[in-house]
Design a protein around this ligand. Structure first.
Ligand SMILES: Nc1ncnc2c1ncn2[C@@H]1O[C@H](COP(=O)(O)OP(=O)(O)OP(=O)(O)O)[C@@H](O)[C@H]1O
Ligand SMILES: [Mg+2]
Length: 237
């Protein structure tokens, strides 16, 4: 479904953030993208979603395709319309709008089926239904994370990219967020990529594992075949 081939990304014409990165996502897969701080996880997701130009980032080599069509140089709005949703690590939403209004705003791609999708999203996140009148600015970090994932689902994406969804959450909240990710993958057949530093739960549910370090892919394995010592070395170095 997604093919990143030999991609190199520079910021500001000087900082090399990714080098020779090849990354494949099969339809229906749940891919774990691991790596320590500064490894390039966010950069890879932004490159795929067309978000690099907003940060003076540039794909200087390689190719990125979704379902065979190039995503390079394509505007992020067009990429979203083609079925890709990126949930960024900053939990972006409209803080002065309520949960319900944020979800409605996020259904602009398919307004006709918004009612159906809202019911589905509320079945995944009952807490959002209970709090639908509350402004997003008054939510906890975990509730905001649920809202931003729910907003992505309102667009009915075929490929969902989640950038460090567990960041700053309590262990219980991390479990609830990953429960939902697992259900979306299993029940909706959604293809998902999750970037994280380390989350053992993610390794248990992933179908594929990529590890980035200093802008390069240093490991690609099936999660149950991953060499734990090699994985630890990536983080220690
Ligand atoms: N907007 C930017 N401008 C310049 N350099 C950047 C920018 N964003 C990231 N970088 C650099 O690119 C490299 C990769 O960063 P990136 O944010 O992709 O890593 P990451 O794996 O997501 O890290 P983290 O786990 O801390 O989120 C780092 O060296 C970082 O300093
Ligand atoms: Mg990041």
């Amino acid at each position: 479904m997604l093919q990143v081939s030999d991609v190199e990304v520079h910021y500001d014409g000087a900082i090399v953030a990714l080098q020779g990165v090849t990354f494949t996502v099969e339809r229906g897969g749940l891919v774990a993208l691991l790596g320590p701080n500064g490894a390039g996880k966010t950069t890879l997701m932004k490159a795929v979603a067309g978000m690099l130009p907003f940060e003076l980032g540039e794909i200087v080599a390689g190719e990125i395709t979704m379902d065979g069509a190039s995503l390079k140089g394509v505007h992020p709005a067009t990429i979203t319309r083609r079925g890709l949703a990126l949930v960024q690590d900053g939990r972006q939403c409209f803080r002065n709008l309520t949960i319900g209004e944020n979800l409605r705003a996020a259904s602009f791609l398919s307004p006709k089926t918004a009612g159906e999708r809202l019911a589905m999203v509320f079945s995944y996140f009952p807490v959002l239904q209970e709090m639908r009148e509350r402004p997003a600015g008054f939510l906890s970090g975990g509730q905001l994370q649920m809202l931003t994932i729910a907003m992505a689902l309102m667009g009915n994406p075929k490929l969902l990219l989640l950038d460090e969804p567990s960041l700053g959450l309590s262990p219980v909240m991390v479990q609830s967020v990953f429960d939902v990710v697992e259900r979306m993958h299993r029940d909706l057949g959604m293809t998902v990529v999750v970037a994280e530093q380390t989350v053992p739960r993610l390794l248990k549910m992933a179908t594929d594992l990529y590890v980035l370090s200093r802008g390069r892919v240093v490991m690609h394995a099936k999660p149950d075949e991953a060499d734990e010592e090699a994985l630890q070395r990536v983080y220690l170095s």
